[in-house]
Ligand binder design. Structure first.
Ligand code: ACO
Length: 375
């Protein structure tokens, strides 16, 4: 038996998937065969969610029925809302979300039904309810009344409505939609792999998603979009950005929003999100953040040859849309629920318990000393 260690599973191919393909060599990402930048240019997030789950883009009738089905499930039970309301105001919204998804599972009588049909229904219910949960939590922290979901609005419009009581101009909604499409799926990333590990034990989909939320929270993964904005606010002035970055690199600190385990030659999603971020800056007078982005990007490339990842433009784009920083990673969850749940269903269709080996480097086997010799 080989004892080669693949730290962080780097370069290890764990299983097949038909959901998305990340090709680092050509800097490309496809969902079910479609390039993600083309999907971002012409589809709604609801169409892309359908594609990720069902393998094909919907026709008009399929989209209408999908939208009716999901939009009608946006309300969240009183018991889940009351549990969220009892959480401390200063807990991170990702902690709230982890708890909320756990509640959705606890109150689902079909929680342990792992048939593809049942899991698809649960995935759509989470897709429908997560924005309601995130918006409710955002408002309750400020002492504001909740705003009920509006079934006449699309996914992103409805989210803005529930957070702020109004829908912003369509250009802003479009930038948000683009971020949702880009964040939706990315093969065997850490949170998706976490979901697949939990699923491989034949646990329920809510447990897989709860665990995935925990994995996404970390700053080396989804939490980076928040960290990027904290970093930009700390730098504050584009003229100070290059020196700030040099200091971080000299101190051997990781700079959030840069680098990727798979892409070493630029993240395929960045150009599309950078355009959306630039649009947001033009709409809101936020050009300073674009100038800082460019300073940091150029300096990092020249010092270390490391490119930005999707979180680098997404963080400041969300800031310019008016979201508070702790909402950024929960917003990522609202999108990635599509990819996670598609992977749960795919894992179950050809399941094998995920249980790797380790190379033991601890003490050699020895005898437990008699109690009289120890105490
Ligand atoms: N800042 C500074 N140096 C970096 C960065 C960074 N962001 N990323 C990589 N490096 C350097 C490392 O210090 C290391 O240098 P060394 O060989 O001189 O020691 C080298 O590049 C390789 O880095 P690793 O961390 O070993 O590469 P790995 O593939 O494990 O890391 C990761 C990928 C974790 C994403 C890393 O780039 C990182 O920590 N980035 C910052 C966090 C971040 O932005 N995460 C978001 C990822 S994308 C997403 O979740 C949507």
């Amino acid at each position: 038996m080989s004892t080669d260690i693949h730290k962080g599973l780097a370069g290890v191919v764990v299983d097949n998937t038909t959901i998305s393909n990340v090709v680092a060599e050509t800097n490309s990402l496809t969902y079910r065969g479609y390039p993600v930048q083309e999907l971002a240019a012409s589809c709604t997030f609801e169409e892309v969610a359908y594609l990720i789950w069902f393998g094909e883009l919907p026709d008009a009738a399929q989209l209408r029925s999908f939208n009716e089905r999901t939009r009608s499930q946006r309300e969240v039970s009183r018991s889940t809302i009351s549990i969220i309301d009892r959480l401390p105001d200063n807990c991170h919204p990702m902690d709230m979300l982890r708890t909320a998804v756990s509640c959705l599972g606890a109150e689902d009588p079909a929680e342990d039904d792992n048939s593809p049909q049942a899991n698809q229904a649960k995935a759509e219910a989470m897709f429908a309810k997560l924005p309601t949960i995130v918006a409710h939590d955002y408002r309750r922290r400020q002492g504001l009344d909740r705003i009920a979901p509006d079934t006449s609005l699309g996914f992103s419009e409805n989210f803005f409505h529930m957070c702020f009581g109004e829908v912003p101009p369509k250009e802003v909604v479009r930038c948000f939609e683009i971020s949702m499409i880009l964040y939706a799926e990315h093969s065997f990333n850490a949170s998706t792999f976490t979901a697949r590990v939990v699923t491989s034990t034949l646990s329920d989909i809510y447990s897989s998603v709860t665990a995935a939320i925990g994995a996404l929270k970390g700053p080396l993964h989804g939490g980076a979009n928040e960290a990027v904005m904290h970093m930009m606010l700390e730098i504050d002035d584009p003229a100070k950005a290059a020196q700030w970055l040099r200091d971080q690199v000299a101190a051997k600190n990781k700079v959030m929003g840069f680098g990727h385990r798979v892409y070493k030659d630029a993240d395929s999603r960045v150009p599309t999100m950078k355009d959306a971020f630039t649009t947001m800056a033009e709409l809101t007078g936020g050009e300073k953040w674009v100038a800082m982005y460019e300073e940091l990007e150029a300096e990092m490339l020249s010092l270390k040859g490391i490119h930005p990842n999707l979180d680098f433009p997404a963080g400041p784009a969300y800031y310019l849309m008016g979201f508070s920083i702790p909402m950024f990673t929960p917003i990522f969850v609202m999108s990635r629920i599509t990819g996670w749940s598609a992977h749960v269903i795919e894992q179950l269709a050809a399941n094998a318990l995920i249980r790797p080996l380790s190379a033991y480097t601890g003490e050699s086997q020895r005898e437990v000393p008699a109690a009289t010799a120890r105490l």
